[in-house]
Design a binder for this molecule. Structure first.
Ligand SMILES: [Fe+2]
Ligand SMILES: [Fe+2]
Length: 198
């Protein structure tokens, strides 16, 4: 049976993975062409992560999905604890990453490696976090939740707003998404991909 709530979680995971992959490509291209990356779009991409995955996706999981899974599948308590810790760590990590990007933009080359290292660590951390949710929480929810749970969850998740999962961006976010879509490399944007290897 299809559940909107689980589809939204998976779609948002795919959007975040694509964004992280795109940021990595943007940096790789700049490094290969020995130039500074386009900081305007890089800033927009990090802002996207901060505004959508961090402020919409995690709170939805934590306030709505996790408590119901915890109630119906008590054996998952240690996994839910780790995922909840990750959410708090993620909030701090995106701040550090935004700071590292600013330091690279303003102070230049000496701060490039630090930013790249932090981005790599952040990407790894998030991919692992999402993989754990997909492997443990979503199947458990499918198995254990009851119709009353789904009714609440599906209604709440229908108010999903992440424009990278195919929903119209609200007016405030239009400039952010136009910038990302027109400039960032695939898979999220229409900007140039990496040059073919010589
Ligand atoms: Fe999560
Ligand atoms: Fe998630």
């Amino acid at each position: 049976m299809r559940h909107l709530c689980l589809e939204v979680v998976s779609e948002e995971h795919r959007a975040l993975s694509a964004m992280l992959q795109s940021i990595g490509l943007l940096l790789m291209q700049a490094r290969r062409e020995r130039r500074r990356p386009d900081f305007d779009v890089l800033r927009a991409m990090l802002l996207y992560i901060d505004e959508f995955p961090e402020r919409l996706h995690h709170p939805k999981e934590q306030a709505l999905l996790f408590p119901r899974v915890a109630a119906r599948c008590p054996e998952l308590a240690p996994v839910l604890e780790r995922l909840t810790r990750d959410h708090a760590d993620g909030e701090r990590a995106i701040r550090r990453l935004e700071h590292a990007m600013l330091a690279y933009e303003v102070l230049g080359e000496p701060r490039r490696a630090d930013f790249e290292r932090q981005l790599e660590a952040y990407t790894r951390f998030y991919l692992e976090h999402m993989a754990l949710e997909e492997a443990e929480i979503l199947p458990a929810a499918r198995r254990c939740l009851e119709p009353a749970d789904w009714q609440v969850l599906d209604t709440a998740f229908a108010a999903n707003l992440d424009p990278l999962t195919g929903h119209e961006a609200t007016q405030d976010y239009q400039p952010l998404f136009s910038k990302i879509l027109m400039t960032a490399p695939a898979p999220v944007g229409l900007g140039p991909g990496p040059a073919p290897a010589a």
